[in-house]
Design a protein around this ligand. Structure first.
Ligand code: RI2
Length: 321
């Protein structure tokens, strides 16, 4: 594909998503919508057809960054679905308006979801978190706004330690935080009232695709009798799974797990082993007590009904010509 028609800011956004400078499913969706607006606003296309082709190329560059979080293709779908215009200026304005309206809806959905999730949290509860999810944190924020005292046990979340971002945010809100290594989670599950995580994608069978380590945590939580709550806006519902597709799990670079120097320092044959770095795993619906969305709380197994209502059976692919 010729990337020269794609605005440099769109390319920069795509690169920031790929390197995870922009990360977190909702944040990625917001950035992708903003990038489409930039493409429309800054384009010097002479005709609506030319601008349409540029938008499609921009959508493709964004789409090809990370494969697992469905909020990215869903953002491209939602923004492009409301775009129309026979002349270039009308098309430009309609794209910018659609992207801005999508971004507003995203913010409102997260706030509403937070209020729903906060109703599950009681005054004095302790939550255990995994990774960094703005949807999960919005539930804590809303509970604090309701005057509840909440404490948190925060898993560091190897290999990229996004748990540190969660700890920082919670401390800004004066929430008492205990940071633990991932492998200590089971030891602390008896001390917490909820496991609270986000989602990158939710499949039609109610399984939740989230940061690697979520599935093991959920199984341990079930063993300990600790409820698992998933906070996820409906933009995390993966419509392709309605027709039998599976969700691709992103494999990331080994350098996130081991540096070249560390590999070299291993005695024996440092080139003689492989490193695998899957970014996500799949938690089956039976380990999840509730999925909290801006449309209310759902048992994981029933999320398919919501998915059909919101997406129908046909989904667009605006990044394809
Ligand atoms: P929000 C993150 O993925 C985590 O897996 C997190 O649970 C999920 O996105 C949802 O984040 P990554 O981008 O949309 O760190 O709730 O790989 O912010």
């Amino acid at each position: 594909m010729n990337r020269s028609d794609v605005h440099p800011d769109v390319v920069a956004t795509a690169e920031a998503i790929a390197t995870m400078d922009i990360r977190g499913a909702a944040t990625i969706a917001d950035a992708a919508a903003g990038a489409l607006a930039t493409q429309a606003r800054e384009s010097d296309a002479d005709s609506a057809d030319e601008l349409r082709s540029e938008l499609q190329k921009a959508a493709r560059v964004l789409y090809e960054t990370r494969p697992t979080a469905v909020s990215l293709p869903n953002a491209l779908r939602f923004v492009m679905a409301d775009v129309s215009g026979d002349d270039v200026d009308t098309l430009r304005e309609s794209t910018v308006a659609s992207a801005e309206s999508f971004q507003r809806d995203l913010d409102q959905a997260q706030e509403r979801l937070g209020e729903v999730g906060a109703n599950r949290l009681r005054d004095g509860d302790t939550v255990m978190t995994h990774c960094h999810s703005t949807d999960a944190l919005s539930c804590v924020r809303a509970a604090l706004d309701q005057g509840k005292h909440i404490e948190a046990i925060v898993k560091e979340t190897r290999p990229r330690n996004q748990g540190h971002i969660t700890a920082e945010q919670l401390r800004e809100w004066d929430v008492p935080v205990t940071l633990i290594v991932d492998s200590a989670a089971r030891r602390y599950l008896n001390d917490v009232d909820h496991v609270l995580v986000g989602a990158d994608s939710i499949a039609a069978d109610g399984s939740v695709i989230n940061k690697i380590g979520t599935a093991g945590l959920a199984v341990d939580a079930r063993d300990r009798g600790t409820p698992v709550m998933v906070a996820a806006q409906t933009i995390k519902l993966h419509p392709d799974t309605l027709t039998g597709h599976t969700v691709e799990i992103e494999m990331r670079d080994e350098s996130e797990v081991i540096s070249a120097d560390e590999r070299e320092a291993i005695q024996g044959d440092p080139a003689g082993f492989t490193v695998e770095n899957p970014a996500f795993d799949v938690t089956p619906a039976r380990y999840i007590d509730a999925i909290v969305t801006e449309r209310g709380q759902f048992p994981a197994e029933s999320v398919v009904v919501l998915m059909r209502e919101l997406f129908g059976s046909e989904t667009s692919r605006p990044w394809e010509s």
